[in-house]
Design a protein around this ligand. Structure first.
Ligand code: ZN
Length: 241
């Protein structure tokens, strides 16, 4: 099975379209969305309906639950809170209901996915270094799991006695190890690279590829400004921060 694994789309239709266009040449069988489909960007309805159309399997991100009222929005920074309220007003009752019903973890015979972590996923902690992944590795029942939430792609490898973190674009699984792969963000990358980030995982070949694709940043920015969302949410797309 070939999976396209997307996280943190954040209502950025232009980035999502570029990723799907690239996926057409990747023989993808199934699309997985790791949450935060909405929030920050100006096209929440469009992003949700595209994911639905392609039959994506989705888990909840903190923005998805905050928009739908399942999570208190008060702990978000000002820009985040503003975009959550804006998004809530834009979505239909059906869209809010479907975001509200999303679970935090999905797993099948090949892999598991969660927005933030596998240990207490409801806490939405940020896996920003190898030490923070230890709890998640302890509770993982699959050899490979995928997360997002930090908007920074990264590969964590649990070896016999330690966990290492690597910035690598492609690798083959070693049966002796376990893996947590952060797939980065489609719609708001924060690693200094403005290109949309996503992952292809081939569970038959045991190969993971972390990919970047250029998209129409200017159009996404124009829509954010026109929507009256905070300017910073537009500006950060240029610098990928
Ligand atoms: Zn996010």
């Amino acid at each position: 099975m070939r999976y396209a694994i997307l996280s943190d789309i954040h209502s950025n239709l232009e980035a999502l379209q570029a990723v799907f266009e690239a996926c057409r040449y990747q023989n993808v069988d199934k699309i997985l969305s790791l949450g935060d489909v909405v929030g920050y960007g100006a096209s929440p309805n469009e992003c949700l309906s595209i994911l639905e159309k392609v039959g994506a399997v989705s888990v909840a991100g903190n923005h998805d639950w905050a928009v739908s009222g399942r999570l208190d929005a008060s702990y978000f920074p000002v820009d985040g809170k503003e975009s959550i309220l804006w998004t809530r007003n834009k979505l239909s009752f059906e869209a809010i209901t479907s975001l509200n019903s999303l679970e935090l973890v999905y797993q099948n015979e090949d892999l598991a996915i969660s927005h933030s972590s596998f240990f207490e996923p409801e806490a939405f902690i940020y896996l920003t270094n190898a030490e923070k992944t230890l709890n998640s590795f302890d509770v993982m029942s699959r050899p490979i799991c995928f997360v997002g939430h930090t908007h920074v792609p990264k590969v964590y490898i649990k070896r016999e006695n330690d966990v290492i973190s690597l910035n690598i674009a492609e690798f083959e699984l070693d049966a002796k190890h376990k893996y947590i792969v952060n797939v980065g963000s489609v719609g708001q990358p924060r690693d200094g690279n403005s290109f949309a980030s996503y992952c292809i995982y081939d569970s038959d070949m045991h190969i993971v590829e972390l990919k970047r694709i250029k998209y129409d940043v200017e159009t996404a920015q124009r829509k954010i400004v026109k929507a009256g969302l905070p300017n910073f949410l537009s500006e950060r797309l240029t610098i990928g921060k």
